[in-house]
Unconditional design. Structure first.
Length: 282
């Protein structure tokens, strides 16, 4: 049933959680927030399969997805992201090249979780300043925390994501008693990405003419798994460079144009709402 009114079935054709545009707007009016996907929902199945497929670390078996939540963004954050997406597309015309608008891509991100949000259908944000996950879920990413748990940025100052779920998992840290870890699946505007294979920790922005930095794994390089670093304007609307990054992970310590293993080794995945169809027929 619709996650807003609870009266009508959600729109299966659009793979939405809502039955109508009005119900979606009601959810946005109460944003930021989290809505749990049922296990039989097409989005749950697709994202769960994507997580398993993109798990590339051979020494650790893929974790089982325990729960998936939609992150309902405020209208300001969503509009900010879409404005940047359209700006990059207008400039580069990726769709004419057979690519997604803005060269948009789905990327994983892992960060620190102080509370138990996501456990047992808990959707209440905590107020701890040390909970990177809740900070990101409510306000998006901040470049102030780009060095994260490692104390540095491989490609300098930026927001980091990865197409490798197992790499994001290594950055997911629980400072709590939970047996589950959490990662965020983000939509990222890659735009015109500059490919690099070596560490460039002194970068403060992508090279001129580029929107992001793409860390490519090579035998002669410094990376075993890919990374993406975006800079510019965060989805909170803060100017940070010449690229923009809205997320769907949990972090105040993001990888560059981007946990822990407990008991059952299950996983909580959070998805930003602008990644997927949200509204039903008007």
């Amino acid at each position: 049933m619709c996650k807003s009114c609870g009266q009508e079935p959600y729109n299966t054709r659009l793979e939405s959680l809502f039955c109508s545009g009005d119900c979606f707007r009601d959810a946005v009016d109460n944003a930021p927030g989290l809505i749990e996907y049922p296990e039989d929902h097409p989005i749950y199945k697709r994202v769960s399969a994507l997580f398993t497929k993109s798990w590339l670390h051979p020494s650790v078996s893929p974790k089982k997805v325990k729960a998936i939540y939609m992150i309902v963004l405020t209208s300001d954050l969503h509009s900010s992201y879409m404005d940047y997406l359209n700006e990059v597309e207008y400039r580069e015309d990726f769709e004419s090249q057979g690519l997604p608008k803005g060269n948009e891509s789905e990327r994983w991100h892992g960060t620190t979780r102080e509370c138990l949000i996501g456990d047992h259908s808990n959707t209440q944000f905590c107020q701890s300043l040390d909970c990177s996950l809740c900070g990101i879920l409510q306000d998006s990413y901040s470049l102030d925390f780009y060095q994260g748990k490692t104390g540095w940025g491989r490609f300098g100052r930026g927001i980091y994501t990865t197409g490798t779920s197992s790499k994001a998992d290594t950055y997911s840290v629980n400072n709590n008693s939970s047996k589950w870890k959490a990662v965020i699946l983000n939509k990222v505007v890659i735009g015109n990405g500059a490919s690099v294979t070596l560490n460039l920790p002194k970068l403060t922005a992508p090279p001129p003419g580029y929107d992001s930095v793409l860390g490519e794994p090579m035998k002669t390089g410094h990376l075993n798994y890919d990374e993406r670093s975006a800079r510019g304007i965060s989805s909170s609307g803060q100017s940070v460079g010449n690229s923009k990054w809205p997320g769907a992970s949990q972090l105040r310590k993001y990888n560059f144009v981007t946990n822990h293993s407990f008991g059952e080794c299950m996983l909580l995945v959070f998805l930003h709402s602008h990644h997927f169809p949200l509204i039903g027929p008007e």
